[in-house]
Design a protein around this ligand. Sequence first.
Ligand code: NAG
Length: 477
Amino acid sequence: MSFLSILHILFSLSLLRYVSSFDITRNDNLVLYWGQNSYGATHSNTADYQQRLSFYCGSDSVTDTFPLAFLTTFFGEGGVPSMDFSNICSTDNDPVFSGTELPNCSFMASDIETCQAAGKIVTISLGGATGAVGFTSDSQAQSFADQIWNIFLGGSSSTRPFGNAVLDGIDLDVEGGGSAHYAAFVTQLQTHFKGASKKYYVTAAPQCPFPDANLGSVINAVPFDAVYVQFYNNYCGLQAFSNPNDWNFGTWDNWAKTTSPNKNVKVYIGAPADSTAAGSGYVDAGTLANVIQQTKSQFSSFGGVMMWDASQAYANGRFDVAAKNALTGGSSAPSPTSSKSSSSSSSSSKTSSAPSSTPTSGGCAGVAAWQTGVAYVGGDSVSFNGHLWTAKWWTENDTPGGQAGVWTDDGACTSAAVATKSVKAIKTPVADVSTRASSEAQDAKSTPNADDVVTPISDTRKAASETSTFRPRWGRD
Ligand SMILES: *[C@@H]1O[C@H](CO)[C@@H](O)[C@H](O)[C@H]1NC(C)=O
C-alpha cells in the first residue's frame, strides 16, 4: 500500500469520524426517550402526538441518543419479548411475528438508519413503569441476552422487528421486579459486544433516591456507559435543586467515581420535558439551564441531560433545544446566585456520608428486593422503593405500600442518612430555607413556619412520593 493511499484512508476516516459524532465522553449530550407518546396520554391535540422517529432526526435535531421505549415484556407468547411504541408501532396496530406478541416494526428500520446516519445512537429500552420484566436464573438471563443480541443488535434472526437495522445498545429502565440476574444479562451481552465491529452501549435509568431499588445492585456489579437518573417523581427531583438535603447529584457523582465498575460512567440529569410528563420534577427552561450549568461545572461525571419524552419536548416549545443550548453554553441563562452556590457545595459535602460503599444500602443491606411471583410469610423482610418492609402475613404479588396493606413500612433503607439529614437541615442557612419553603408552597398543605417544621415536611413528602407518585410518569396511552 502506498503512502498516498494510507494518507487517503486516514483522511477518509477523519471525515467519517466527523459524521459519526456520538461521543459518550462528552458532557453536553442530550438523550430523548422516544416511543410512548407521553403528550398524547394527557392531550387531545393529535397534531402534537408523537411522530415517527425520523421526524426527530432532521437538521433541526439536537438529540444525541434515542432510547426506544419500551420493550415491555421479557417473556411473552412463544418465550419471545414484546414491545410497544404507542401510536407508531404496537401489537394493537401492527402485525406480530407468528406465535409471538412481538410486533413487526420493520418500517422503522429506515427511521433508525436515518438517525444513525446523522451521528446519533438508537438503543432499545427495557422495562418502563408497567413492564413485565425479570429473570428466575442466571442462565435464563443469559439466553435472554442472546435473544436481544440476535433480534436487535449485531446477531441474526428471522424475527428482527427492525429488519436489518442494528441498534446501538440497550437501556435498562427497570422499575419493578427486583434486580436478580440482571448482572448476568448485561455480562452476557458484553461478551457479544467484545467481538463486534462497532461500539455498543449499555445504560440504565435509575430513579434519584440512592441507591435505586431495582437497578442499584446491578449498576454496582457490572460496567455501564451511562446512567440517566430520573430526577422527577421523587423528593430528590429537580424541584429540590436548591435544597441540599434532598438534591443528590453529588451522591451519584460519588457513586460513579468510587463504586461503579466503570469509573468513567457518565451521570445524566433526567428531566421531564413538560409539566404533564411527570408527577413532579418539571422546572422551566431557565431553571433547568441554571441546574445544568452548575452541575456541569461542579461534577466531572456529568454527561448531559435525559428527557422524557420526545413528544412532550416538541410540544413544549422545543424544550430539548433549550436544554441543549444550556448544555453547550449557547444560551443566556441566569447566572448562578450565591445561595445556589452554597447549596451546591453542601450537596458535595453530603457525598462523603452517602452509603456508596455498601453494595445495597444502609438499613436494607443484605435484604432482598421484593419480587412478584415470590411467596412471603409473616415476618419476612424485603426492600422496595428504598424502604424496608415486613410482611404481616402470607402474601404473593401484593406490592409493598399497595392497597392490600400486607406490608409494614419500616422506613427508608438510608434511615441513618435521613437522621443525618435532619441534623443538617437545622444548620441550613435561613435564606436557603425560605427559598425552599416558598418554592414548595404549592405542594405543601399549609405554609409551614420555615424555622421549625422544615424537616418533617420534607420527610413526609419523601414518604408520599416514594410510595405513590413515582409511577404515573412512564404512563402509556
Ligand atoms: C415484516 O414486515 C415486512 C414489511 O411488511 C415484511 O416484508 C416481512 O416479511 C415481515 N417479516 C415477517 C417475518 O413476517
